[in-house]
Design a protein around this ligand. Structure first.
Ligand code: GLC
Length: 537
């Protein structure tokens, strides 16, 4: 199960600063869509390595790489067949090693994805479980059950896959196995010590190679309610994050996270764990980041919040209170590889872009850590018109679960040039890029002070310079007209006009950065609709 190169344990190179992760800006690289080095149209690890200077220059602190492990790619690599090997699509193990070293040389930390809730159906354990028949000991490592009904022809319970259809598939010998996602992603049984031991070993493998942490996929899913009880409700995918389900956010998952925290703490350099956990409330999410559990959890309530001043303020307050109650930093995230890009969510077109630029300044002014998704620094919109023939999201083909439209945020990003693949690589691109992206490339935006890329560069540079941003102190709300949010951090005031029309307020200080042009006069400033401004005070 390992590749040719055995990683050597080496000293952890980035300068150790205390609690670096508490206010880190972490950039998500969706590996297959970031940069392609070999011309097969699919992004790869060498492509990422070659483009690391862009990320260092952008001013982020760390990079999170989506799964690049050996996988049949039934779910974009979230179906792992060998957790210690690099898929040939993305390179070889030496490329991962090289990438980590180069990132560290540039002062960037590297977080890798780990997928512990399920394996690929091509994983050796699952193959042995199927090939060995009903008595195969490997079946205990998954959730195999007899069916219901006279001849066992009905699934063991009423659970539905997140991607649509039943969460169970029947094998040739009549037994059913559980898969909360695609049938190619059988769920592991975390009551088995062998499963825990294997993941400890996988964690160590990548920590020894030098990674700075893990993004834990479906961190809320590993433990299932005893007896696998029926839910009694349909359309269960819509209940995720709204209520505790017998397969998600069970209390038992916390013990697994505690064990991983102990493992991470055994390494130097503050290696971290970040939970992809969908929990119904900010309070339940905060349980994942108690002092003896993971370091961070994605704040999906911020991501799903409507463009509305009142709603935003409630989410910000609720998130800060919940994570504050356990002493953890809040994370702020607007987009990732599973959701419609926020430029489009916020209405698309010019208005969506104005809001997205404003939201970026809001996000980077809030206390805590922020996650950026590749291409948001270019203001990329969702690609909504992809032909069915090129789509790969497994949910698209199953229906009635998630909408299955996740390919639209995964289109390879534009780097340069006037026609596809816009410098993505020497070949094509696995999903077609829109003609309009020529003007959005990194090269086209570089040096243009009005571009979204330069806005992000300026914001990230200021965030590093200003000690009051990041984790540096409390947030205090200031009086503001309806539709405007205004808050103070030490030395900085942030004002966000969420309205479509201009808002006028007393000048709060010296303007540092604005997502749109301002007009001053008579001691007041007129902030255009959907704009955010940072002020020095
Ligand atoms: C997470 C990933 C998503 C994947 C799913 C199953 O939600 O972000 O892309 O499909 O887990 O692994």
């Amino acid at each position: 199960m390992t590749q040719e190169l055995a990683p050597i344990r080496r000293d952890h190179s980035p300068a150790v600063s205390s609690d670096w992760w508490r206010d880190a800006v972490i950039y998500q690289v969706y590996v297959r869509s970031f940069a392609d080095s070999d011309g097969d149209g699919i992004g790869d690890l060498r492509g990422v390595r070659d483009r690391l200077p862009h990320l260092a220059g952008l001013g982020v602190d760390a990079v999170w790489l989506t799964p690049f492990y050996a996988s049949p790619q039934a779910d974009g690599g979230y179906d792992v067949a060998d957790y210690r090997a690099v898929d040939p699509l993305f390179g070889v193990l030496a490329d991962a090693d090289d990438l980590v070293r180069e990132a560290h040389r540039l002062g960037l930390r590297v977080i890798v994805d780990i997928v512990p809730n399920h394996t690929s159906d091509r994983h050796p354990w699952f193959r042995a479980a199927l090939d060995g028949g009903p008595d195969a000991p490997e079946r205990a490592l998954y959730h195999f059950r007899p069916g219901r009904g006279p001849d066992g022809a009905l699934p063991p319970n009423d659970w539905e896959s997140v991607f649509g259809g039943p969460a169970w598939t029947r094998t040739g010998d009549g037994a059913w196995y559980l898969h909360l996602f695609a049938p190619e992603q059988p769920d592991l049984n975390w009551e088995q010590p062998a499963v825990r031991e294997e993941f400890d070993s996988v964690f160590r493998f990548w920590l020894d190679l030098g990674v700075d942490g893990f993004r834990i996929d479906v961190a809320h899913g590993m433990v299932k309610a005893a007896g696998l009880p029926d839910i009694g409700l349909r359309e269960q995918a819509k209940l995720i994050g709204a209520q505790v389900l017998p397969f998600f956010d069970q209390d038992g998952v916390h013990e697994i996270h505690r064990a991983w925290r102990r493992l991470l703490d055994g390494y130097d350099g503050q290696r971290i764990g970040v939970a992809e956990a969908w929990a119904p409330t900010a309070e339940r999410l905060a349980l994942y980041v108690r002092p003896d559990e993971l370091h961070q959890a994605f704040n999906f309530q911020f991501l799903t919040c409507a463009w509305d001043a009142g709603a935003m303020r409630r989410v910000i307050d609720g998130s800060l209170a919940a994570t504050g109650s356990v002493g953890a930093p809040t994370t702020w995230v607007l987009s990732n590889h599973d959701v419609v890009r926020h430029t489009t969510r916020y209405g698309g077109g010019e208005r969506g872009l104005r809001r997205a630029r404003a939201a970026a300044l809001l996000t980077l002014a809030l206390p805590g850590s922020a996650y950026l998704y590749q291409g948001e620094e270019l203001g990329l919109p969702e690609v909504t018109e992809l032909p069915d023939a090129v789509r790969q999201d497994p949910a698209f083909f199953r229906g009635d679960g998630q909408d299955g439209l996740r390919d639209g945020c995964r289109v390879p990003i534009p780097w340069s040039g006037t026609s596809p693949p816009y410098g993505f690589g020497p070949g094509g691109s696995w999903l077609p890029q829109p003609p309009a992206w020529a003007g959005l490339s990194v090269a086209a935006q570089t040096g243009d002070p009005r571009s979204t890329l330069e806005l992000y560069r300026s914001a990230l540079a200021l965030r590093k310079e200003l000690p009051g941003l990041g984790d540096g102190g409390a947030l205090e709300w200031l009086a503001a007209p309806a539709g405007v949010l205004a808050f103070a951090r030490p030395g900085v005031v942030c004002t966000l006009n969420t309205l479509d029309t201009e808002a006028e307020l007393p000048v709060p200080g010296r303007p540092l950065l604005s997502s749109a042009a301002l007009e001053f006069g008579g001691g007041t400033v007129r902030i255009p609709g959907a704009a955010c401004v940072w002020w020095a005070v």
